[in-house]
Design a protein around this ligand. Structure first.
Ligand code: SF4
Length: 250
């Protein structure tokens, strides 16, 4: 395949960026999108030019670090697919592909396609950890959990923290991410201690980081590579309201 790539190049957070056009040939349809960028970078290094900075780690759709905006869609054209699991067969020979970083105030650009997603880490940190003694692993298994609750918690736990929900939201809202993290523990008996404090702290941290409010458009659910349901946002709102009106201490 021969392709034209228009890639966002930005030396650092304080310098203006721009789309730079590259031609690439000999791309196999079986290459992953990141392997195609690896090939481009080999060509750039060979020519003495700066390679394109992008993030990747597991390349198995687990770590969430590979997120790119591809032809105007978070993680590219396929649904339920992280950038690292997108293959070049999703494109046609001769295509032009526009590749940009996540664009959100909470995710400042570090360089080229790399953004700083540490805001997500600070939200998780604000949620704290379960400080009560839940016992050893066999003790945890002795606590019976309804199958529906276990399934819902597991679905929420599938969030990989990639930030596509933020990037695709016209308000750069992090509600789907926070909702997944809050739901994950709220469904389980082990998550009940400190439940109110957790949701209040995580929502406050989300606001501090500059993420916008939920727009109710559902774009986050459509673009989420792990298909996290927007119903978790309903649960987040319920958890938050109940924590605000409750006078019980955690
Ligand atoms: S909710 Fe989905 S899109 Fe948002 S961070 Fe988690 S996995 Fe990524």
């Amino acid at each position: 395949m021969n392709l034209t790539l228009k890639i966002w190049r930005q030396p650092n957070a304080h310098t203006r960026g721009q789309l730079v056009t590259y031609s690439i040939s000999g791309v196999s349809p079986d290459m992953s999108f990141l392997e195609m960028l690896d090939v481009l970078n080999q060509q750039l290094i060979h020519k003495g030019e700066e390679p394109v900075a992008f993030l990747s780690d597991c390349r198995e759709g687990i770590c969430g670090s590979c997120g790119l905006f591809i032809n105007g869609r978070a993680h590219g054209p396929l649904s339920g697919t992280a950038t690292c699991q997108l293959h070049m067969r999703a494109f046609k020979d001769g295509d032009t592909i526009v590749i940009e970083p996540w664009r959100a105030k909470g995710f400042p650009v570090i360089r080229d396609l790399v953004v700083d997603r540490s805001a997500f880490d600070r939200i998780i940190q604000a949620g704290g950890y379960i400080s009560v003694n839940t016992g050893s692993a066999p003790d945890a298994n002795a606590i019976l959990i309804p199958k529906s609750a276990a399934d819902a918690a597991f679905d929420a736990a599938a969030c990989i923290g990639c930030g596509a929900c933020v990037a695709t939201c016209k308000n750069a809202s992090a509600m789907l991410f926070v909702a997944a993290k809050v739901s994950h523990l709220a469904y389980l008996p082990q998550g009940q201690p400190e439940r109110r404090r957790r949701v209040l702290n995580m929502v406050a941290a989300m606001d501090r980081e500059g993420f916008g409010s939920c727009t109710l458009t559902g774009a986050c659910e459509v673009e989420c590579p792990k298909k996290i349901s927007i119903s978790h946002i309903v649960r987040l709102n319920r958890e938050y309201l109940s924590a605000v009106v409750s006078d019980e201490a955690d």
